[in-house]
Design a protein around this ligand. Structure first.
Ligand code: NI
Length: 138
């Protein structure tokens, strides 16, 4: 575990006031915790930009009645089995399905699979949640 260090920084009062306001609004105990999380968010973005090994979840909504769509989505996931870790399916209503596809691999591979899933006719929405394998965040 890294040693904890204290440091000071300078910024305009107006910016500090906005930081304090966001810290409270997001229910952080103190601004150090909020700043640490902002840095981790930036590090995760850097990992994705550098096409490193990362984790991500594609959450998609689709029409249950779209012709052969469930089968096409499953075929795609089988084809990319080296990236897809697990899938959870929820029957939201008579007509709508939600699926969460958990993936681990290079950022470009995960984005590629998410794009292929999104492009299938009958998929109404897909959002990719991008995170880190965690090795560099501790
Ligand atoms: Ni369903």
């Amino acid at each position: 575990m890294s040693e904890l260090v204290r440091f000071s920084l300078s910024m305009k009062r107006s910016l500090l006031e906005r930081l304090e306001k966001m810290t409270r609004a997001r229910k952080y105990a103190n601004r150090s915790e909020f700043v640490r999380d902002m840095i981790r968010d930036a590090l995760v973005a850097e990992e994705w930009d550098a096409d490193e090994e990362v984790v991500g979840t594609a959450t998609l909504l689709y029409n249950h009645h779209a012709r052969r769509l469930s089968e096409r989505l499953t075929d795609l996931q089988h084809h990319h089995h080296h990236v897809v870790l697990a899938t959870t399916h929820v029957h939201l209503s008579e007509h709508l399905c939600m699926e969460a596809v958990l993936m681990k691999g290079r950022a470009s591979e995960i984005k590629g699979v998410a794009d292929l899933l999104r492009q299938q006719k009958g998929v109404l929405h897909l959002v990719l949640s991008m995170s880190s394998s965690g090795d560099k965040l501790a």
